[in-house]
Structure formats: C-alpha cells, structure tokens
Design a protein around this ligand. Structure first.
Ligand code: KG4
Ligand code: ZN
Length: 338
C-alpha cells in the first residue's frame, strides 16, 4: 500500500501527515509556533527555523504514530519546497531528503501554493474539475482556474499585500497582537455596520487583481487622527468590522467576476483567511445566488498543514514524479518569480 509522508515547514507551522492511497488521510500533526512569535508582533524568521529544527523529528514521529505506521512502510516523502521563509523551508527539505536517502524512497517536492489549491480534496466531498480557486493566506491572494492536477491558470493576484497580511497589519495598527486575522474577526462581531467608512480596496474593476495596501494606509491614517488608545472598545470593534467588510466584499466580488469570466461552476475557498466566518458566509450566499457549488476545506486544512502536502505528494507519486536529492528550496512563488 502506498503511504506518503508529507512534511510542511514553510512558515511558522511545523507539520507532518500521512496520506494513504487506499484510506485517504491517515494522520495530520501540526506544531504551531504562535507562542514563540506573538511577543514580537510577527514571525521572526531566524527563530522560526530554529524552532523547526527542534520540533520536526517529534512532529514526524507523531504523524507516523497516529497513522500506526513504521518509517520503513513509507513509500515516498513529499515536502514543501517553496515558497516561504528560506530557513524554515530548508529545515523541512533537508529533513525530508535525509529520510528519503536513508529509506531509499522517492523525494517529492511540493509547491506550497499548489498544496493550498488542491487542499479541497481533503474535504468530505472533493470538488469537480474545472473549479475556480481563491487562495487567501498570509502570503497569497490569488484566483486560479483549476482544470486538473496538471493544468492551472492564474487569473488574478494581489499586487501588494496578501489578504491575511492585510488582516495581520491592521491588527498590529490596532494593537491587537499577532496573528491578527482571528482577532479582527472576533472583534468585528461586536462592531456596528457602517459606523466607520473605509475605502473598498478595488485597484481596477476591469481585471481580477487585488490590492490591499490602500486599505491598510486608510486605517493607519484614521488611527493617526484617532490613536487606538483614545478609542472606546466599541469604536475599535466598528473599525475591525469596517476593515473586515472591505476585504470580504472585494474578495467576493472578484471571485464572482472570475466565475463569470471562466465559466466554472464550482468555487474553492482555501488558505488561512478561509477560516474567517464572514468570508465563508458571504461566499456561500454569493455562490447560492448564481447556482455555483462551493467547497471550503475543513479549517485545519485551510491554515498551514502537511495533509495537503501529503495528498498532492500522493498525486505526484501516482504519476511517477519525483525529484533528485539536489532539489532546491525557493522563497518566492513561481507566479512572482516570472
Ligand atoms: O494559510 P496560512 O495558515 O499561512 C500562510 O500560508 O500564510 O494563513 C495564515 C493567515 C494569517 O495572515 C492569519 O491572520 C489569517 O490567515 N487568518 C485569518 C483568520 N484566521 C487566520 N484571517 C481572517 N480571519 C480569520 N479568522
Ligand atoms: Zn499557507
């Protein structure tokens, strides 16, 4: 039986998982480093790679243990190759190479963004091809038409900050701490609609690209006039709601425009920001209006995880795709390296 071990260490989550050709996902272990980075208000790359080094062996053992599997039963080792923090990536990649070499098993390099794009296959009902994928995370905000495991077309992407980054930066400006997305969402639930007006982050209505830096600047300017320490809890909640609403509206409207343009009848919402309930609810309502299907992977597979790496590794394994032990990590995604 083909058991694929997946390893993910591109940012601040150290994760391992086992995917089996017969039973699907067998295990998924994630060690989060939030406690380590929270006091600095963001990820400190050097600390992240050191923590990966300390935890990776235990996380892999945990995934194997959960799957009741011995290392010798692993058929291939799939690992995130990029994009991400180079030191963090190198820790996982070097660990995976050592395992592949010691076990004489194939090494399969996986692109982190692609792992998110196909993470919907970990949902109880896999999406039908072709589908439109909106990946919204701390590092990406992109729309892809996904026709198969081999064919993807980039339709639009952020020209500056990613949606998750926009949430994180706003949380920092509002002195809410790190990571910001979940904190903004929680506060926004207490906010009054339309109490504050922030500009909608629409760079151009004629294309499918995004831009969030103007929205962040508008919030920063608002807070220059009215610093957070002078605001009441209600005013902070109102700002959080206005900010979240602006992001959700633009994501929904561009996804709808993309659906119309590419003719796909199904939308996949993935990446860490898909954990945002307001966004999921808006997407569900918009998809229902136009009769389009929607898949959001289970939340644990929206944020960074190795299950999506092990799954895509399994697809590559079926296609006999593997990589040499000289495989290099890359910090930036292909779409941004062009
Ligand atoms: O996919 P992910 O775990 O890591 C990356 O590949 O970037 O996404 C992390 C991002 C962070 O920016 C975080 O603030 C955001 O997802 N996020 C949220 C929520 N939960 C996580 N953003 C908005 N609302 C949430 N509930
Ligand atoms: Zn990610």
């Amino acid at each position: 039986m083909s058991f694929i071990l997946g390893i993910e260490s591109s940012c601040d989550e150290c994760a391992a998982a086992v995917y089996s050709g017969r039973d699907g996902l067998r295990s998924s272990a994630v060690h989060s480093q939030i406690d380590l980075h929270a006091r600095y208000g963001g990820i400190v790359p050097e600390l992240a790679s050191r923590r990966h080094l300390e935890t990776i062996a235990a996380v892999v053992e945990e995934a194997l243990g959960q799957a009741h599997l011995k290392l010798s039963q692993v058929a291939a080792v799939a690992v995130t190759q990029g994009p991400g923090l180079i030191g963090s990536l190198l820790t996982g990649l070097t660990f995976a190479k050592s395992l592949a070499l010691a076990l004489s098993r194939p090494l399969i390099g996986i692109d982190h963004l692609q792992a998110h794009l196909y993470s919907a296959f970990l949902a109880p009902q896999p999406p039908p091809f072709p589908y439109l994928a909106l990946v919204v995370s701390g590092g990406h905000t992109s729309l892809y038409l996904i026709e198969s495991f081999e064919r993807r077309t980039l339709l639009g992407k952020t020209l500056d900050d990613a949606a998750g980054e926009a949430f994180d930066k706003a949380a920092k400006l509002l002195q809410l701490g790190y990571p910001g997305g979940a904190k903004i969402e929680k506060l926004a639930r207490q906010g009054k609609a339309d109490a504050v007006s922030l500009p909608l982050p629409f760079p151009a209505k004629t294309n499918l690209n995004f831009s969030f830096s103007g929205l962040k600047t508008a919030l920063a300017q608002h807070l220059q006039r009215r610093p957070p320490e002078t605001l009441s809890p209600q005013e902070i909640a109102d700002l959080a709601l206005a900010y979240q609403e602006a992001i959700v509206r633009v994501l929904a409207s561009k996804a709808l425009a993309a659906l119309k343009l590419c003719g796909a009848g199904h939308l996949v919402l993935c990446g860490g920001v898909a954990a945002n309930r307001a966004l999921r609810e808006r997407m569900a309502a918009e998809c229902a209006k136009v009769g389009c299907g929607l898949t959001v992977p289970p939340l644990e597979f929206c944020t960074d995880n190795a299950a999506m790496v092990a799954f895509l590794g399994y697809i590559h394994y079926l296609q006999n795709r593997s990589d040499p032990l000289t495989l290099a990590a890359y910090a930036r995604s292909e779409e941004n390296r062009r």
